[in-house]
Design a protein around this ligand. Structure first.
Ligand code: SF4
Ligand code: SF4
Length: 153
């Protein structure tokens, strides 16, 4: 049976909540208009992962590599459902501008990894609040909000 979407985050354990995806994007937009990228990175207020989901978004099909150890953890059913080969290399499939395994709750404006317990090592390696997390938020903060907009929220 496929794992349930966790009461948690796309990539990291829940932390202190600081508002929803819309609020996060808007407050960061203000900072980005007035500061350099480096200053913006330092000033990012890290939202709760469930209110963010940013690191699961990308337009690149090579965003999340799926290694052999990931395949073994996921099992063939989930591999078949959520991954694809690009030039012979396996990645998480991205068809909405985000990972196919990302569960989007448009009513509550929340995001969760649908395969949290068996997610790939790449996802496990990104810690909430790390420099990589901050960079993801600065680069792509508007994408979850855009997807919610497409879903009518
Ligand atoms: S970018 Fe950071 S805060 Fe947002 S979901 Fe990913 S780890 Fe969590
Ligand atoms: S598997 Fe997909 S939805 Fe889950 S944490 Fe990784 S990128 Fe996000």
């Amino acid at each position: 049976m496929e794992p349930q979407a966790p009461i948690g985050s796309p990539r990291a354990p829940p932390g202190r909540g600081l508002g929803n995806a819309q609020g996060t994007a808007q407050s960061l937009e203000v900072r980005l208009k007035s500061r350099s990228h480096r200053q913006a990175l330092a000033s990012v207020v890290i939202p709760e992962c469930r209110d963010c989901g940013v690191c699961c978004f990308s337009l690149r099909p090579e965003h999340v590599r799926v290694w052999e150890i990931d395949r073994e953890r996921m099992g063939e059913q989930l591999v078949e459902r959520y991954t694809q080969l690009v030039d012979g290399i396996r990645y998480m499939r991205m068809t909405r501008g985000c990972c196919d395994a990302l569960v989007v709750d448009p009513v509550h404006r929340r995001f969760a990894c649908g395969i949290y317990e068996v997610r790939p090592d790449t996802c496990r390696g990104l810690q909430r609040g790390s420099s990589g997390c901050r960079d993801e938020i600065v680069q792509k903060h508007d994408r979850p909000v855009a997807l919610l907009g497409k879903l009518g929220r």
